[in-house]
Design a protein around this ligand. Structure first.
Ligand code: SAH
Length: 365
């Protein structure tokens, strides 16, 4: 994915590396301040920004518009890019990437091309602590939050690999974004301002953490909020989503209503259809009752199978019936068929299947 620097790598002075977070994720102003601190003129900041975000360099040593002497000085300052660990392409063109982070941990990102769009499904955490029963990520537990640059990196990696601008981003990969709100919000702002992707083309999906949807609303972003509802009543939601025990459905819906009031954006509700479990007409009626009161949209997601549990995906006829039941009750609804099913790249199928190899081993890329 990237070429190694051919320049000698000098050890940067402690002053240069101490407290230096990776440069990826930083704004033009921050990068300009960074170059100025090293006695460089302001236009170098603009060049740095362009080489990081547009050209996608992995090493500062590769920025050929900089003098050789300065490049040698800064070559070891981290840009903050991941390494490609594995790339696999599904017959429908969806590509799943396993990316190796600086500490050897592996995350997944997915690139989903359609006629006019290139969507990236990004991870916000390594693993996930929510342990939803139908989700592969939750089965592997939680390791850590991702930093801002590790989120932005996923988008740049997909953009560079496809050789095409990313148009849409969905925070629907590994992890619960609202348990990592600061980094996720910083990544949204960076992807918007520095990479040039419209906030309205971004969707943040959450299972809901008490108080955190309200906190997100205070950021006044223009992203779409998607809430993983998956059940039409409290008891059933608790069966599927352990954290629902600490978060009543009414409280979750009240926060969603506040989100609409504060941002003016409608909320999208995700509802995985599990055959015989939550796909009956009475569930559609309950669901319509909950979401009918405010600006919202329901996204039905036919269950994507994972090996640990034996839920079933309903038939196309059952899916259609459920959708029509909602439409009869004036609910705006659509069905989302996941792409990349053949490669375990569909919603809910992302997991860190690969154990991270030691840092010095050979990585196929
Ligand atoms: N933690 C966040 C984002 C990650 S999951 C959330 O829960 O929303 C992204 C979407 O994929 C969610 O709607 C999630 O519920 C859904 N999903 C998880 N497992 C799935 C499965 N096996 N089949 C279909 N969708 C699934």
């Amino acid at each position: 994915m990237h070429s190694a620097s051919s320049l000698p790598v000098a050890s940067p002075t402690p002053a240069l590396t101490a407290a230096i977070s990776p440069l990826l994720g930083q704004s033009l102003d921050q990068l300009t301040a960074w170059v100025a601190a090293q006695g460089q003129p302001a236009y170098r900041g603009k060049q740095l920004h362009q080489w990081i975000y547009e050209k996608g360099v992995h090493s500062l040593g590769d920025i050929t518009v900089f003098s050789k002497a300065w490049r040698a000085d800064i070559a070891a300052v981290p840009v903050g890019r991941s390494q490609l660990h594995l790339r696999s392409k599904a017959p429908d063109g969806t590509i799943k990437y396993l990316l190796r982070l600086h500490d050897g941990l592996i995350i997944e990102a997915v690139g989903i091309p359609t006629a006019k769009r290139l969507t990236v499904c990004v991870s916000s955490q390594v693993g996930c602590p929510m342990a939803c029963d139908f989700c592969a990520t939750g089965k592997g537990g939680f390791l850590r939050n991702l930093d801002t640059h590790e989120i932005v990196d996923q988008v740049l990696t997909v953009q560079q690999d496809f050789g095409q601008r990313v148009s849409n981003i969905v925070f629907m990969g590994m992890g619960e974004p609202l348990l990592n709100t600061d980094s996720v919000v910083a990544a949204i702002r960076c992807l918007n301002q520095d990479v040039g992707i419209g906030q309205r083309n971004m969707t943040l999906s959450t299972v809901g953490i008490p108080g955190h949807i309200r906190r997100l609303a205070e950021q006044h972003l223009q992203v779409t909020l998607a809430v993983s509802l998956h059940a039409s009543n409290q008891a059933q939601r608790e069966q599927l989503i352990p954290s629902a025990r600490q978060y009543r459905l009414e409280a979750l819906l009240a926060e969603c209503q506040d989100y609409v009031a504060t941002t003016g954006r409608r909320v999208s509700f995700e509802y995985i259809l599990l055959a015989g479990l939550n796909d009956r007409p009475e569930h559609a009626a309950e669901l319509a009752h909950h979401v009918g009161g405010f600006q919202s949209h329901v996204n039905l997601i036919p269950y994507n199978p994972i090996s640990e549990v034996d839920y079933q995906r309903p038939s196309d006829v059952q899916i259609q019936d459920f959708m029509e039941e909602l439409q009869r009750r004036n609910v705006a609804v659509s069905v989302r068929y996941s792409r990349g099913l053949e490669k375990d790249a569909a919603c809910g199928q992302l997991r860190a299947t690969q154990i991270a190899p030691p840092m010095d081993s050979q990585i196929p890329s």
